[in-house]
Design a protein around this ligand. Structure first.
Ligand code: PMT
Length: 416
């Protein structure tokens, strides 16, 4: 078989599943109930979802459930006149932009590895030219059995088949170990990656995100309004585009995206140490974190008490290192890794961003106006102007994921 067919639906990197026709093939296993959540999440992501089920899968979850969740008829029988009349299974295979098998049971995997097309699910897989994503789920011993492993390797060797999971943990059969269906959100994320151009594959990126907190005493700290959303969007977008991503993350309530290495830090000095470990050998570093410029000279060992202070408190602050400038100045003339800084400004965004570009020896600086309503700190959206050596290279406005992809377009263009 030649490579997977290009998608019929237009690709939008910030919403890669929107408008895509996704066929979910449900195998017979207790994790079939989790495929309900998968269908719901795919539908929420804007995909047109069609469900096919093996006969055994219908013993675990009723086709009616999937019909209600997808809003479309469900395929369970190759020879059903009513099902085939709505849209034939070959038509469905042709129309698919992506096929996801979840749960892919040992039996389903074995039948596929043997090239069988003896039910609605396997027939769609054999007939489609679309990428196929396999999410295995089974008993730990069935998973580790040499026959299953051989079958999985046979399928994984095909250019259009990818595998997500299985996870490790408690299984419905009371065993503990690998065999859990990957989390539905992680399956959706793997699907999103399959529908995103892989122009950062083979690249390693370091992204910093969030605020830093500088302790005053055991109860208080100096911090800032960064939520981490901008940096997390960059990590997510880079991961989807195929990069290996290390995310150096200050304290945040946000959940980091799956598939990235997360290094949690609290202070600027901890962020400095984490960067020193991760940056060597990286292809690009993007500093979206809002790093504190100052920290208290001393951290009080006990909580500062108003009664003991006599009503007034004078804090003595010392400068934190400028992490971005350090990275910029440590680079040799080959200017690797590519260095992208941010500039959080309240006026003269372009001029200030250009000044930071030169002062911190960056390749790009992303300027944003953090005084404008609805963008910048804490917001879901941003509006940025990107400056490079030749001046303004791009202006982007939209969700932080849209902005992240716009920034990565500039990174990709410079990595060559
Ligand atoms: O996290 P969100 O709520 O999504 O908000 C996003 C954001 C507004 C924090 C983000 O878009 C942003 O602007 N990040 C940079 C914030 C900042 O610290 O800007 P700055 O202009 O003070 O610093 C310039 C650059 O130097 C930044 O890349 C910063 O990471 C870096 N820096 C700053 C101080 C310091 N001591 N060390 C540094 O490396």
């Amino acid at each position: 078989m030649d490579g997977p067919r290009l998608s019929a639906a237009p690709l939008d990197p910030a919403a890669p599943l929107r408008g895509a026709t996704v066929v979910v093939g449900v195998g017979g296993g207790i994790a079939a109930y989790k495929a309900c959540e998968l269908v719901r999440l795919l539908d929420k992501a804007g995909a047109k979802v069609w469900v096919t089920m093996t006969r055994r899968a219908t013993k675990f979850v009723s086709p009616l459930t999937f019909q209600a969740l997808s809003g479309r008829p469900v395929f369970t029988d190759l020879f059903s006149l009513t099902e085939e009349a709505s849209i034939g299974h070959i038509q469905l295979a042709d129309r698919a932009d992506l096929v996801i098998l979840a749960p892919a049971s040992a039996n389903l995997i074995a039948r596929l590895a043997a090239g069988m097309a003896d039910d609605a699910v396997t027939s769609v897989v054999l007939a489609t030219k679309a990428p196929v994503l396999l999410a295995p789920s089974m008993n730990v011993n069935m998973w580790s059995h040499p026959l299953t492993q051989r079958n999985v390797q046979t399928l994984a060797a095909l250019p259009h088949i990818s595998i997500v999971g299985p996870g490790d943990g408690f299984l419905a059969c009371r065993w503990v170990g690998p065999g859990r269906l990957a989390d539905p959100a992680d399956i959706v994320e793997a699907a999103a990656s399959l529908r995103t151009p892989q122009d950062l594959r083979g690249r390693r990126l370091v992204v910093s995100a969030g605020p830093t907190q500088e302790a005053l005493d055991p109860a208080r700290y100096l911090g800032n309004r960064s939520s981490g959303k901008m940096g997390l969007a960059l990590a997510l977008a880079a991961r989807r585009r195929g990069a290996q991503v290390s995310l150096v993350l200050g304290p945040t309530a946000q959940v980091p995206p799956p598939g990235v290495e997360v290094v949690n830090v609290t202070t600027a000095l901890q962020m400095q140490a984490a960067l020193a470990e991760r940056v060597p050998g990286a292809d690009a570093v993007i500093m979206a974190a809002a790093v504190a410029d100052f920290r208290p000279r001393q951290v009080a060992p006990q909580k500062l008490k108003r009664s003991r202070l006599g009503g007034e408190l004078t804090l003595e602050l010392v400068s934190n290192p400028d992490l971005l400038a350090e990275l910029g100045h440590a680079r040799g003339d080959e200017r690797r890794p590519l260095l992208v800084g941010f500039a959080a400004e309240t006026e003269d965004v372009v001029r200030n961003a250009q000044e930071k570009l030169a002062k911190k020896r960056c390749d790009l600086v992303v300027g944003n106006d953090v005084s404008a309503p609805g963008i910048g700190f804490g917001a879901d959206d941003n509006a940025v102007v990107i400056v490079g050596d030749g001046g303004v290279v791009a202006t982007i406005a939209g969700s932080k994921l849209v902005v992240a992809h716009g920034i990565l377009d500039q990174v990709v263009a410079r990595l060559g």
